[in-house]
Design a protein around this ligand. Sequence first.
Ligand SMILES: Cc1cc2nc3c(=O)[nH]c(=O)nc-3n(C[C@H](O)[C@H](O)[C@H](O)COP(=O)(O)O)c2cc1C
Length: 330
Amino acid sequence: MNRKVSVAPMMDCTDRHERYFLRLISKNTLLYTEMVVDEAINRGDKKKLLEFNIEEKPVALQLGGSSPKLLASATKIGEDFGYDEINLNLGCPSRKVEKNKFGACLMKEPNLVADCLTEMKAATKLPVTIKTRIGYDNVEDYENFHNFISILKKVGITTFIIHARKAMLGKFTPKQNLNIPPLKYDYVYKLKQDFPDDEIIINGGITSVKEIKTHLEKTDGVMIGRAAYHTPYLLADIEREIFNNENVPSRQDVIEQLIPYVKSELKKGTRLNQIMRHTLGLFHGQSGASFWKRYLSENMCVRDADVKKIDHIMDKVKFNNFDRSVGTSA
Ligand SMILES: Cc1cc2nc3c(=O)[nH]c(=O)nc-3n(C[C@H](O)[C@H](O)[C@H](O)COP(=O)(O)O)c2cc1C
């Protein structure tokens, strides 16, 4: 599996529609689902939670949980649905998540995590990976981080995705926890030096191809979160410059290729805004970006969006009209 560049799991963002859209831009990045809780998979509507379009592949399923039994069962179900990797979330710091004992608070219980991973690995032939932080609260020394990873290595984990900042459990909001604790990339670089045979993926605050190239000199892969969501066409630069793929669609091509998907999803009962909201940032940095956002917000990202509008969207997107529209709406 190529984990050189991946798109991070993000709740309310990396759903199946976002992944389908991103896959139109990038053939080579690995895409992650939002975190799905083990119990929901075991007891809930599996199809609704897990079904995806084969075009999205390769896709990794991220699980949240701390019950070895439930996680193992969710892992098996994920494998049966066709995912390419199962990832355990050990990095989410939200209060709700902590109350239910999953996410970053599990860094306090490495032996329980090891038990969970042992059962997950026994339940599948797929790679089982983890995503974690470098520490939590006042526990932020490299030794502790190294020990945590060592315990997980002992049960056969070989791919570690590291969000290079600590989690402040219960103190910060999830948003603060994504911004306030400082990034310590040197922890991740050192981990790679200490465990040269393992796959170490770095995450946190990475927003450009230049930065990706720098990190790839010292780690095995880079995971991009917010930048991929807010400026999705960054993935086109990644295709060209990291994967040497010159066959990248233009922004207009992406929308054109999205239309048949939108139409088939609408027939299944998906609402227009559930898909189009993910495209808001597609024209970021281009002339016309604000027009595109406004056009979507007013016409397609509203709850009862008029589905007929999708037939006319290319009129808006084609360069001339797009620019003219920008001109008139300025
Ligand atoms: C809206 C949002 C939702 C997130 N949801 C998850 C999640 O479900 N699982 C997870 O491991 N991390 C989650 N994260 C954290 C990201 O995966 C990533 O680690 C973090 O955003 C740092 O990377 P970035 O600076 O490239 O965005 C979320 C982040 C955001 C912004």
